[in-house]
Design a protein around this ligand. Structure first.
Ligand code: G6P
Length: 617
């Protein structure tokens, strides 16, 4: 979603701002804008479209200067167009502001401001905020910082903002509530951004702003740079400077045509990283500190509630199957957006597991806060270190997948399922619900997965070939049973996200209760039919589809003959434990979606209308 970059320091601001916006493009956006200050005042430009369009628009203009703010907007209030794009000026163009989030009481505030003679050019809640700050400042004759404090105290909703003013062209003010902001502390400079990706090439020293904190960053020509952090109650805070682990390489495509393909290919390494140091094969143990330190809460839990959105929700569903099978603890899986509003029953002996790649999804964060407030123990499974969800949970485990830039999640899903497998195993061991030999068999098998994924990736060309046949299909059905059912959901989600083909995932047997009506000789049906558990049953489901002339694309275990004979196309993957199939079989599903989308000429890494980090509800 919206991306924020702001700069103040001894270098030219504009190139840093633009590079930063490019780094944030992965979040998804529809328009972009920039404002810099130089000798003759503030210069603000915005445009519908991509950051490259903004660069073209700005070409030839004087963009020199040492301070500026820049933004990519993902429309919430008002159409995606040039007027609604950020930055927004205050009435007399004294202040410029960029914003990520939603000001919920903007209509009331706008009405009040209109009564005081303020007029508005855009439909956005953001313009209301900048006008409010400016109005308070002028009406009371106070500093911009004080006005920001007062204005934010009146605001209901979520925000991450960056502000600059023509009266003090050495200072950028940032503030956050519900939407992330990180400050990079460089040598004589500060870079403020909505995530760390724009900072990586300039500094390793970062400060993650906390909820309701306001940061005032000043770099004057003949003075030491200063950073002042206060909270909304005006209490001075001492910011914690942390070291950024990410390096530049992981933010580049490294020779791949798309980030998504690069991230699919990174999965063998990601899986190794996700269990590195956590499995001890000799001692037959799994050690996750987030669980060991809170064993009491987990072992006395009457039930576990997993909450998440999108792909992370699918990983959560696999997690339910894993935890129930191995640790015999009842698990419910909830969409965070539903859970937070449906007055759920939350007991003190519930453990809530929140799963989020970004660690910033607004609904998941709200679900975490709700569960915490009502006394549940909350554990997070996240990727982005230091993000809001890992900071709001009692304990947790990072998946260590590295930055995921493609909007459609791939490596984060496999790493999430891997960590959930470790969670289930460590709980099972502690509860004594799994035998030593079964435990050993599973962890030995886990160890073979990276190699098996490498082998599966060799099928890329074959998948790319038959993807061509389905380029113009209008609908897809994905079927699976048991552990392969959440995988069917995930396969369908991948396809619709990046190729815009309608796709539905279904439990294979449930197909008879509706989707079978859709099956005809044009309908491709992807069936995950690996040879465990319900194999005969899924063979029957395939027969039912064949009888209606559906075209079967199957994912089968090497050596399979029955399903292969029934399939129009098949993909063979190495044999593994039924519970580990989702980690392996999602790879061909990702590749299938990827190649179909590429064939259709879609923007694979930044699909239309989607955002990587959904920081509004
Ligand atoms: C967005 C992304 C999805 C992601 C979902 C949840 O919709 O486009 O890829 O699965 O958010 O994100 P999270 O960061 O919480 O896992």
């Amino acid at each position: 979603m919206c991306g924020i970059v702001a700069y103040v320091g001894n270098r030219e601001a504009y190139p840093i701002l633009m590079k930063g916006l490019h780094r944030l493009e992965y979040r998804g956006y529809d328009s972009a804008g920039v404002c810099v200050y130089n000798n003759d005042g503030l210069h603000l430009y915005k445009t519908l479209g991509k950051v490259a369009d903004l660069e073209r628009f700005v070409e030839g203009k004087d963009m020199s200067g040492h301070i500026g703010i820049a933004h990519t907007r993902w429309a919430t209030h008002g159409l995606p167009n040039e007027i609604n794009a950020h930055p927004h000026y205050s009435q007399y163009a004294d202040i410029a502001l960029i914003h990520n989030g939603i000001i919920e009481n903007y209509a009331t505030l706008k009405e009040e401001l209109q009564k005081h003679g303020r007029s508005f050019t855009s439909e956005t809640d953001t313009e209301v905020l900048v006008q409010l700050i400016d109005f308070i400042r002028m009406d009371n004759g106070i500093s911009l910082e004080e006005a920001v404090h007062q204005a934010l105290s009146q605001v209901v909703g979520a925000y991450a903002i960056a502000i600059m003013s023509k009266d003090d062209p050495y200072t950028v003010i940032g503030a956050r509530k519900g939407s992330p902001l990180v400050i990079g502390v460089g040598d004589g400079e500060f870079i403020l951004a909505s995530d760390a990706t724009p900072l990586v090439e300039y500094t390793k020293k970062v400060i993650y702003l906390d909820e309701e904190e306001i940061a005032v960053m000043t770099v004057r020509p003949d003075a030491e740079p200063t950073l002042r952090v206060t909270n909304l109650k005006n209490v001075r805070k001492t910011p914690l400077v942390q070291t950024l682990e990410t390096n530049l390489e992981v933010l580049e495509k490294g020779g791949y045509p798309h980030f998504m393909l690069k991230e699919i290919y990174e999965q063998p390494k990601v899986i190794r990283d996700s269990f590195r140091g956590r499995i001890n094969v000799e001692r037959n143990t799994v050690a996750l500190s987030g669980i060991i330190d809170h064993q009491k809460e987990f072992l006395s839990a009457r039930r576990i509630i997993i909450t998440a959105c999108g792909t992370s929700w699918h990983a959560g569903l696999v997690g339910k199957y894993l935890i129930e099978e191995l640790a015999r603890i009842p698990v419910e899986v909830e969409y965070a957006s539903e859970y937070r509003y449906r007055h759920p029953i939350i007991n003190k002996d519930d453990v809530v597991i929140a799963i989020s790649q970004s660690g910033e999804t607004a609904d998941t964060l709200a679900a975490v806060n709700l569960a915490r407030d009502q006394g549940a123990f909350v554990y997070g499974i996240c990727n982005v270190v230091g993000a809001s969800i890992p900071r709001a949970t009692h304990s947790g485990t990072y998946i260590h997948a590295g930055p995921e830039i493609g909007v459609a999640s791939t490596k984060a899903f496999t790493a999430q399922v891997c960590v959930l497998t470790l969670v289930a195993l460590s709980l099972a061991k502690a509860k004594g619900t799994v035998s030593e030999s079964r435990f050993r068999a599973i962890i030995n098998e886990l160890y073979t997965l990276p190699d098996k994924i490498e082998k599966t990736l060799l099928l890329n060309d074959r998948i790319a070939d038959f993807a061509k046949i389905f380029t113009y299909s209008r609908n897809f059905l994905y079927l699976g049973r048991g552990y392969n059912y959440p995988l069917a959901l995930e396969g369908a989600l991948k396809l619709k996200e990046i190729s815009y083909i309608h796709a539905e995932g279904y439990p294979a047997a449930e197909m008879k209760h509706g989707p079978i009506a859709l099956v005809d000789n044009e309908m491709p049906i992807v069936v995950i039919a690996t040879n465990q558990g319900n194999y005969e049953k899924i063979v029957s489901n395939i027969q039912e589809v064949k009888a209606r002339k559906g075209r079967i694309i199957s994912i089968v275990t090497e050596g399979d003959t029955t399903v292969k004979a029934l399939s129009d196309f098949y993909i063979e993957i190495p044999p593994t434990e039924a519970m580990l199939v989702p980690i392996l079989a999602c790879v061909p599903l990702q590749l299938l979606a990827y190649h179909i989308a590429v064939q259709r000429g879609c923007n694979v890494d930044q699909p239309r209308n989607l955002a990587k980090s959904v920081t509004v509800e």
